[in-house]
Design a protein. Structure first.
Length: 131
């Protein structure tokens, strides 16, 4: 259950409406997802988060699909079902196949397992890795 009721599109005004319209245009979607409707309770947070996300996720040294897959990996590690589902859908729109997703899940699982082992054994970092 959310702390605040989502701001429905039909009730959006001012800055919220402007951001909602931009989200739909940029993401090529017809409905505003619950995440955005919920954080719209604070229009400044909505605007800042949307602008930051657009800036970070645009094509740069990393391809947008790679960025979506990284987002999925971090979301899996943080156990954020909403973000896993949202960014999996976005990655699939950008060309991620089921085979790629399965491989990503395997990498995330392995990384989390070996990270826990390193931390549990308190393994000292090799000097040649620090360069």
């Amino acid at each position: 259950m959310t702390i605040f009721n989502p701001i429905e599109e039909s009730k959006a005004k001012g800055k919220v409406k402007k951001v909602f319209d931009n989200i739909k245009k940029e993401r090529q979607i017809k409905k505003i997802p619950n995440f955005w409707k919920t954080i719209a309770n604070d229009p400044d947070t909505l605007e800042r988060t949307w602008n930051s996300l657009k800036d970070i996720m645009k094509k740069g040294a990393l391809d947008p699909l790679v960025k979506e897959m990284i987002y999925i990996a971090v979301s899996m590690t943080n156990s954020c079902e909403y973000c896993i589902r949202s960014h999996t859908a976005a990655a699939k729109k950008k060309g991620m196949s089921d085979k790629m997703l399965k491989e990503l899940i395997a990498v995330v699982g392995m990384a989390n397992e070996t990270n826990r082992l390193v931390e549990s054994y308190q393994v000292e970092v090799d000097s040649f890795l620090k360069k």
